[in-house]
Design a protein around this ligand. Structure first.
Ligand code: AKG
Ligand code: FE2
Length: 367
């Protein structure tokens, strides 16, 4: 018989503390989502929302950065970063078979019994680099997100192979390493388009924190009432995201462009073999607001479970981030103050998702 989750405390213990996750909840046989997952009406996602404007969001061919069309491709990248903060790339140098293996590994990890995953729960994790959990900050959220995740922080190849879960460590590490090259290339292009040259050590510092997450969104009995991930931006420099074919990732347009109007939500459709790239808060701050960290969210679906595997690249925690001096000179003013990245992270993870509110921490004039 299915367990009763009407009592919020029983539910919280089962899903969060004991590490059963949303997957465990679904496997327990629920036929409707518990109250704690029901989003207020203004946060629910209209499932008919769609982007019909696939043309301007055509994936960017990164291999063309090496050829005669370099300037045009660099322009496409910068234009996307200035308007939506999201774009997809193909011919990115990450082997396609590897991308398939990463998705399989994510299903392998989440398909395990809860007790195997629970060894990585926050606070008790047997590994210093790995965290398994559910929702974003469950303690701070009125409504929980319909998502389980495992985070794997990169410190060295040796540490990854020693500490990351054996179900996914090899492929996750290879995915991180091959993607890191691409992230560097894209960041160089974006800096060049800003008119900024950064030396190697500063580039390293701005991308020195790397983490692979695996997100698992079980099929949901009431997708119209829940969210997979609520409205948020990513805190780092650039995020690389591998999604499967299910769909459901939406982004809010920041500036009018030929594929959408400011304020509109558009879907980033699954494209086989492509990777999604998005600008994080750090890059918005560094560029003094020229590049837009994208507000995005994920809907749930009743038919199949979905996996996505983001790689977050961010500055080293000790790094100071603020608008780059050359950009401030040409803009005539700084829109953000300088902050130590560790402080930015603490603020980011200290609150429930709330759109782009995370950036307020670095706004000029904030304490
Ligand atoms: O699952 C997705 O498509 C996006 C996930 C996401 O936004 C995140 O993990 O920060
Ligand atoms: Fe995100």
């Amino acid at each position: 018989m299915a367990q009763s989750f009407h009592n919020g405390n029983v539910l919280f213990h089962f899903v969060v503390r004991d590490g059963n996750g949303v997957k465990g909840l679904v496997d327990s046989g629920i036929s409707e989502v518990p109250e704690r997952y029901v989003q207020p009406p203004h946060e629910r996602i209209d499932h008919k929302l769609n982007s019909c404007s696939n043309l301007p969001l055509l994936p960017i061919d990164l291999s063309k950065l090496d050829g005669a069309n370099r300037d045009r491709v660099a322009e496409q990248i910068a234009a996307a970063a200035e308007t939506v903060g999201f774009f997809q790339v193909v011919n990115h140098g990450v082997p396609l078979e590897l991308l398939e293996s990463v998705k399989v590994a994510a299903h392998r990890f989440f398909g395990q019994p809860p007790e195997k995953k629970a060894v990585y729960l926050k606070g008790v994790s047997t590994s210093p680099l790995v965290n398994y959990g559910t929702s974003f900050v469950p303690e701070k959220e009125m409504a929980l997100e319909w998502k389980d995740y495992v985070s794997m922080v990169y410190s060295s190849d040796g540490d990854a192979l020693q500490y990351w879960p054996s179900e996914c460590k090899e492929v996750a590490l290879e995915y991180l390493k091959t993607s890191s090259k691409m992230v560097r290339t894209i960041l160089e292009v974006l800096m060049e388009k800003l008119g900024v040259t950064l030396d190697e050590s500063r580039m390293d510092a701005l991308t020195g924190f790397k983490m692979v997450n695996m997100n698992f969104y079980p099929a949901c009995p009431n997708p119209e009432l829940t969210v997979g991930v609520g409205r948020h931006s990513d805190m780092g420099t650039l995020t690389v995201l591998l999604q499967d074919g299910i769909g459901g990732l939406y982004v809010k347009v920041e500036e009018n462009f030929d594929g959408g109007k400011k304020g509109e939500w558009i879907e980033i459709p699954p494209v086989p073999g492509a990777l999604v790239i998005n600008v994080g808060d750090t890059l918005q701050i560094l560029s003094n607001g020229k590049y837009k960290s994208a507000e995005h969210r994920v809907r749930t679906t009743s038919t199949q479970s979905r996996v996505s595997i983001p790689i977050f690249t961010a500055p080293r925690p000790t790094e100071k981030i603020g608008p780059l001096p050359q950009v401030v000179d040409s803009d005539g003013m700084a829109r953000y103050r300088e902050v130590v990245f560790q402080d930015y992270m603490n603020n980011f993870f200290g609150k429930a998702h709330e759109g782009k509110k995370s950036l307020d921490f670095a706004h000029m004039g904030s304490p």
